[in-house]
Design a protein around this ligand. Sequence first.
Ligand SMILES: [Zn+2]
Length: 415
Amino acid sequence: MKPNGKPYFKNLKCRECGRLYPKEAIHVCEFDFGPLEVVYDYRAIKETLSRSLIEARPRSMWRYEELLPVEGEPTVGLQVGFTPLIRAVRLAAFLGVKELWVKNDSVNHPTLSFKDRVVSVALSRAKELGFQVVACASTGNLANSVAAHAAAAGMKSYVFIPHNLEQGKVLASLVYGTRVVGVRGSYDLVNRLCLEIVGKYGWGFVNVNLRPYYAEGSKTIGFEILEQLGWRIPDHTVACMASGSLLTKVYKAYQEAALVGLVKEIPFSIHGAQATGCSPISTAFRQNTDVVKPVSCPQTIAKSLAIGTPADGYYAIHTMWKTGGSCEDVTDEEIIHGMQFLAEYEGIFAEPAGGVTVACAKKLIENGSILRDSTIVLCITGNGLKTQEAVSGQSEAVRVIEPSISAFDKCFMLG
Ligand SMILES: [Zn+2]
């Protein structure tokens, strides 16, 4: 474990000016408002961490704990992560590619989305920093995860969501006994309100004042992809974008793994996927600019991605530029098709965000941004059982028959 009980993360650092900050509950630089990021001692990590050490550990995201920002042992979400990486043979054949993998965080423990990763880091750190109350602004999945983890950790929680979310996502927060606040307005207005509440009450908001720690949790999806591929970096990784954070953290994970000697450094591309009804990042990318113009009224069935002012949009664009990645967006109809492809070819029921990823990957393959003979990983981030409204009426109807064999035969024209 950690040498002399000392953590491998030292400070927070401004991404813009490089100023160092103490590792407290702060998230922006006071000079230029740049986001703060965690700084690690990579040299010390390289000396300690090895593939075999990781492989001998329990199968959870905490097997990479040296590269996560907690000081002591993690205390929240110990079973999170190590979700299946599935070789998607049938979907690959349909898309006309050689080697396709699906990283299936729709079955992440305990709340069926990749947000369990960020929350377990954020709440482990929140406990170290002495917070009794935790909270978040969320499009649904994050609220579910904060509510569940706070309940299990015995912490009080508040989750703030747009008032018109899918019922499955609302219930999947309420059940944990959290205080669910439905705000009349878009996610961006929810987020603005939360900034004021942090200022007034000083709670631990996982994606506001705890954001530097929270965001690091996303790296673990990247580390797991590398390990599950036999410690190699895939040529192409496709991730959906709401704030754009996930994309930048997958990039960071691949870079860090190479830096500490876990994988060989090779060129790789990271691609972003958005819903056309809320596509501020892909619109900017298409216009070849890193100035992301806010979308004031998102209109998409992919509600989990409906963030009109993406906090990490600028960095997501630079990640795609740096890695030779590309970006696409897809309509609601294409999103539903994407969900159906994943369900019918691979038996995976993803939420609309997963449909966004699959449908955008299809476009990226067709337009040559992703080469057909390369290794491709699609990050599937949430579960379709929470968002049943999106596909109700889209599949074949139930066939109701009398309880007799002849009725069955007649129905399917068998016998
Ligand atoms: Zn700064």
